[in-house]
Design a protein around this ligand. Sequence first.
Ligand code: BGC
Length: 346
Amino acid sequence: MGFCLPGYKTLRRGKYVLLLFVSLSVLAWIATFSGEIVKSAQIFSASPQTLVQADSLRDQLNTETAAPNQIETPTPKAECPKESPLLQGAVKLSFESSLTLKDVESKNKGVTDGEYEPSDCTASQSVAVLIPHRSRERHLLYLLNHLHPFLQRQQLHYAIYVIQQAGDATFNRAKLLNVGYLEALKDYSWECFVFHDVDLVPENDHNLYVCDNQPKHLVVGRNATGYKLRYKGYFGGVTAMTKDQFLQVNGFSNTYWGWGGEDDDLRIRVELQKMKIVRPPADVARYTMVFHKRDSGNEINKDRMRLLGQTPLVWKKDGLNSCTYKTMLLERQPLYVNVTVDIGKP
Ligand code: BGC
């Protein structure tokens, strides 16, 4: 009895229905959940196209972030024009007694350690200007005052070296210039050298301080001599020779102590090498000589004619290759390199 009641049958069918419902719900939930997983998998597993896009995005980001850190290769400067647009021609020279080195420094801010190079173009030549010196501070100041702007207007890469003779032995201009050449070449491979007296100031910036394919004499005339060449073979005051031309003649003789003869000796050396002296036109190769009395310690060299007679015999062993000296001080001042040197005595 009891177990076969019609109410019990209904109850059992209801249990199956419930079980079916629960199973279906579980199946439905599993289906939904697996759908989510598939969707997520689609998001994270990128297609090849998505990879390419990601790569290019990464590259783009890398370039954007790396660019500021990359070392920029400077764009090469163009050559300076054949004729500098800054030239002024004949300029009025002034020799103010109140002028100071500080004044000249403040007018030449582009010059560092005596050296300058144009910022906007590449100079046609690199030129070392060598000035032999002893106790002529005022002359040096006037020369620096005019020479720096003059050379800058010519758009040159240049440096000024002042070679001071230490001690009070007789002055030797030529040996100081040999020292200047040798010392300047330790700084830079200058292709052109200008050998410059301290008391000569150029009047016209068309008188270019560049070297030619022949040795160049820049002082055709000076105020003190009516702007006339002193004599046919005159090769003194200011001259320009390339590094190689000067080496070829073995530089100056070291044996001229006192005033005179060393420039004539250089001319003989040049002529022995079959080189020919060239000069700029007389109307531009003009100088003002700052007046001075003959220095003590630079008396006329009475031996100079005898020495000149020997030049063809001795030039090969008397010159750059026999120039001995002791550098006492090498000081880079704002407007020039000062080389103070012991060159011995006669
Ligand atoms: C001297 C030179 C000097 C020239 C001009 C000559 O007698 O030997 O050294 O440059 O005169 O003054």
